[in-house]
Ligand binder design. Sequence first.
Ligand code: ATP
Ligand code: MG
Length: 572
Amino acid sequence: MRMSQLWAPTLRETPSEAEVISHQLMLRAGFIRRAAAGIYTYLPLAWRVLRKIEQIVREEMDAKGGQEMLMPVVQPAELWQETGRWDEYGDYMFRLKDRHGRDFCLGPTHEELITALMRAEVRSYRQLPLRLYQIANKYRDEPRPRFGLMRGREFIMKDLYSFDRDEEGLDVSYRYMYEAYERIFARCGLTTRAVEADPGEIGGTANHEFMVLADAGEDEVVYCTACDYAANTEKAESAPPPAPAARAETPPAEQVATPGARTIDEVARLLGVEPARLLKTLLYEADGQPVAAVVRGDHELNEVKLKRILGAKTLEMASAERIQSVTGAPVGFSGPVGLKGVRIVADPWAWAVADAVAGANAADAHLIHVQPGRDWQADDIADIRTVQAGDACVRCGAPVAAARGIEVGHVFKLGTRYSEALGATYLDEDGKAKPIVMGSYGIGIGRTMAAIIEQHHDERGIRWPASVAPYHVIVVPVNYEDQRQRQVAERLYEELSAAGVEVVLDDRLERAGVKFNDADLIGFPWRITIGPRALAEDAVEVTSRDGSLQERVPVEEAAAFVREQVRAALSA
Ligand code: ATP
Ligand code: MG
């Protein structure tokens, strides 16, 4: 490819709409353009990268017995109604009607469609296991599409579905996919961490997210500094509180005036106690019913955990009016003592606070000397707090650390949730009909590309790992009008092309600085620079974008030398 022909519309300025590096660089380096919020055109360079990522994914899926196919984007509503997800998906789903008024959606995922296919096609245990996948567009009307390809409304996903006879079969499929994912992300040059994840609305028994640790990540993960435990903060389990030390009996509870003190810090300061001695009582509406969640003053409530414990479909913070009507007090003075008609869920750490301070359910007042069991009761004592950096690991007790992560992949044990809802059964050896045991496994191809840039860039641009670079090498004659430089450049370009190296020749009549800047911005892993000084010695400069290589190589040997660099990197 000649640079004069390559369509890569680079930009000088960083577009103001781009907040994260990967989005900025993809726009600036001419990889993508926005068509609508969360909907992008992939220009030639991006498409080359995406196809390489897809190819890596394909090879690793095939190596684990995956078979590629392609399912429709447009899916009939009936299938989704059978599993109940037509309603559950809510506004996330792009919906449409055909000319007869029948309902369809643009597939946000394909469990329904493929399970219905299995229902129609699979009869016997002899047809299992099956591992089927596709690489195709998904559609989700995200409330906050942002960060370029990281969170789109139309995006490319690889989704594989496994179909097994039983749990043991599923365990094998799951392990295969887990291993495949580790290989895929490593081949893409990514450092990932598999973390335990919340099952969310898909449901199921076990699941892991593959996280790229990066500041641009929208997820937070905690991981143990000593053992293997790692989990999405949404779901990370908190270790139980230490058993309380023997202590003097708590004096009777007493109401004290705390005018205007509504926050934990304000109350703690006013009363001169540690925030850890306070109870934080938060009022919610779960499917319309009032719920009070009680956590220790210095802890954060985890709404995902609370929602799961309640088994609620919807969970919202109660409005100020609702708080007033339920507690009899304005916002900021709620407490569990004497609260009526409200389900109270207490975190074990809150329940463990003897002699606590809590809101008095009266304006400008708190209670001191509040004792669990004596002064207040809980309907549920359950882990509802968010694990924080420094907390004890639930497995080994060592402190955990927190980091931001980008979820690039997700592996899921679905069990029989979909096969039962849709009636996808097979006949076992004993002639009995049994539901097929399923798993589902997704990788965001565009998000993976964005994550690679987040992990591989510098202030000058992208630094593609060789495995996914749009091209491997750029040949840059400092002055293309110089006859000797041009001759050498054309010759190396031809030699490398003939050797199967993906090479771009910068044949533009631009200043050297402009060409170098573009090469760095686009992120070619290797650059061959042909300039007067080296040429005087019949040599060229070979540099790598990551700075690890800078060598003067004789013109005669340059093509072979670079080809060997590329070969070694690709087979690593
Ligand atoms: P998120 O929590 O980030 O919204 P998800 O858990 O809903 O994602 P899955 O259903 O697990 O996503 O989809 C599998 C993979 O598809 C994700 O791991 C991610 O890489 C990718 N993906 C999901 N949503 C998007 C999106 N809006 N834009 C780009 N990629 C996405
Ligand atoms: Mg997910």
